[in-house]
Structures are given as structure tokens and as C-alpha cells.
Write a protein that binds this ligand. Structure first.
Ligand code: T3D
Length: 264
């Protein structure tokens, strides 16, 4: 039997997914897309999972689309329908990550290029090893940033840096990515998975539903005016305020004990 393209493990309430095509820097094939989407759906459906970590096997995180995958081949030697690949593979992936009912952490262990970079940046929090880097490789092969890159980049780092990164396709080392505000944190290589595990345990112990709604509200607010954002906040607080986690959080605070959150 062939090796799984996504390795799945669980520790407590934290599910870890490892992209597992190390010889090709975990670049995406159609088969890897299918296994990843299925693993993300499983994590979303499993009420015991309260945080997901995504990382890569070997020396890379993900080099984007596997440029030799049959997914890329046009029929009868004609030009490939790249738009169809995006619609069939990357759009569902980006939307799945953004709609996960639990926080998702990208543990970027090495180079993240093309859709591999933007797939990481679409996660809720990104921690990268000091030796890792981010490359908007698209311009070098005549494409535009995809997998959410055109939306994410200017929001994360501003237009000047977004357009510089996207047009040059230059490698951005993890340390600089942190300085730019592109990622949450850059840590020493040896500390990567321990740092990510600490963060994942912390997020898993927090009120999961409120964290997922926080992502939703922040993303929505970037397209709303101030008044509309205030209205959205009120509507979310109305719903969250009636839920178990809010009463538990307040009770735990009053009773000076640790809360036990359970909403999903
Ligand atoms: O249909 C569509 O295209 C949909 C759209 C998709 C969006 C995208 O993601 S487009 C962008 C695709 N990705 C790239 O253009 C990145 C290509 N890779 C690189 O530029 C370099 O590999 C890196 C800068 C990421 C890393 O460089 P380096 O020197 O550390 O490693 P390497 O030697 O280039 O790669 C190691 C192996 O991985 C090598 O295989 P080999 O020679 O040892 O057998 C290389 O061919 C393979 N590899 C790396 N990236 C890809 C890949 N194989 C297939 N596709 C790749 N994207």
C-alpha cells in the first residue's frame, strides 16, 4: 500500500496533519488535495478536536502546485485549464481552512512557495522556523497569486509590500516575514514544534466557538464600515452570550477557578 499523502495524529484535543510528499517539497497533487480536504473535514466533524496544526514532512512546508501533476495536463497536449484546477482544488481548500470551526495553526517548517505560501497564510496563526521562507512564486511562471493571496497579502502587510512580494517573487525569510506582520512568530528551528504545541494547547482550552466567530468577524469587518461592524459584533455577542461557554467563563472567573469550555 502506498504511503498516505497526509499523516494524521491526535494529541488531546489537537489534531496534527502533516503534508507528506517530502521528495517534492510537499507540493500539491490532486491526490494530496483530496486527502487533505478529507482530513480537514474529519477534524471539523470531530467534536473532540479543538485545534488543528498543519505542517510539512522533511525540509519543506509546501512548494505549491506540483507542476508535473496530471492535474496540470491539458487534454491532447493543449494548454492546461489552470482556472479549473484552482476552482476544483484550491478554492475548496482555502474556503475549508477559513470556515473551520476550530483554530488552525500553520507550522511552517521550511520553504512555503506559491499556493503553499498562501495556504499557510490563510491559516489563523502562522509560526515559522527561522530557516523557513515564503515565496510568491507565481510571477516567475506567469500567474497571479492564488489560494487567497490577492486578498490576504495586502491585508496582512499593506499594498506596497504585497505588490513587491508578488511581483518580484523574491524569497522572504521567516524572520523578515514576522517583522512585516505576515506571520505570528518566527522561532528557532529546534523549537518549532514545541512552540506550536504550546500554542495549540492554549487555543484548544479557549472557547472554540468564540474563536471561530472571532475569525469570521475580523474577516467580515474588512469589508464593512464601522457602523456595520458594530452591528455584527452585537449580533455575535447576542448569540455567544446565550451559549454555555460565556456562562462558564464568567462563573469560572467569579469562582477563581479554571474554566471548562465545551461549545463548538
Ligand atoms: O494548475 C496550477 O498551476 C494551479 C496553480 C497553482 C498555484 C501554484 O502554487 S503556482 C506555483 C508553483 N510552485 C512553484 O513555482 C515553486 C517551484 N519550486 C521552487 O521554486 C523551488 O523548488 C523552491 C524555491 C520552492 C525550493 O528550492 P530548493 O532549491 O530548496 O529545492 P529544489 O531542488 O528546487 O526542489 C526539491 C525537489 O522538489 C526537486 O525535485 P528533484 O529534482 O530533487 O527530483 C524539485 O523538482 C521538487 N519540487 C519543488 N517544487 C516543486 C517540485 N516538483 C513539482 N512541483 C513543484 N512545485
Amino acid at each position: 500500500m502506498s504511503e498516505p499523502l497526509i499523516l494524521v495524529s491526535t494529541s488531546g484535543a489537537v489534531r496534527t496533519l502533516i503534508l507528506n510528499r517530502p521528495a517534492a517539497l510537499n507540493s500539491f497533487t490532486g491526490a494530496m488535495h483530496e486527502q487533505l480536504l478529507s482530513a480537514l473535514n474529519d477534524a471539523a466533524d470531530d467534536l473532540a478536536v479543538r485545534c488543528v496544526i498543519i505542517t510539512g514532512a522533511g525540509r519543506g512546508f509546501c512548494a505549491g502546485q506540483d507542476l508535473s501533476d496530471p492535474d496540470m495536463a491539458g487534454a491532447d497536449g493543449s494548454a492546461p485549464d489552470v482556472g479549473a484546477v484552482i476552482e476544483r482544488r484550491y478554492l475548496p481548500l482555502a474556503q475549508r481552512i477559513r470556515s473551520m470551526p476550530v483554530p488552525v495553526i500553520a507550522a511552517v517548517n521550511g520553504v512555503a512557495a506559491g499556493a503553499g505560501a498562501n495556504f499557510a497564510l490563510g491559516c489563523d496563526m502562522v509560526i515559522a522556523a527561522r530557516s523557513a521562507s515564503f515565496i510568491q512564486a507565481f510571477s516567475k511562471i506567469g500567474l497571479v497569486p492564488d489560494c487567497g493571496g490577492t486578498w490576504l497579502l495586502p491585508r496582512l502587510v499593506g499594498r506596497a509590500r504585497a505588490i513587491g512580494l508578488a511581483m518580484t517573487g523574491d524569497k522572504l525569510p521567516a524572520e523578515e516575514a514576522q517583522r512585516f506582520g505576515l506571520i505570528w512568530q518566527c522561532v528557532d528551528d529546534a523549537a518549532l514544534m514545541d512552540s506550536v504545541a504550546l500554542l495549540a494547547d492554549k487555543l484548544a482550552a479557549l472557547p472554540t466557538k468564540a474563536l471561530a466567530d472571532t475569525r469570521l468577524a475580523l474577516d467580515a469587518a474588512s469589508m464593512l464600515d464601522y457602523g456595520q461592524a458594530l452591528v455584527l459584533e452585537a449580533s455575535m455577542q447576542r448569540e455567544l452570550g446565550r451559549a454555555h461557554d460565556f456562562s462558564e467563563g464568567v462563573a469560572a472567573f467569579m469562582q477563581k477557578r479554571a474554566p471548562a469550555f465545551s461549545d463548538r
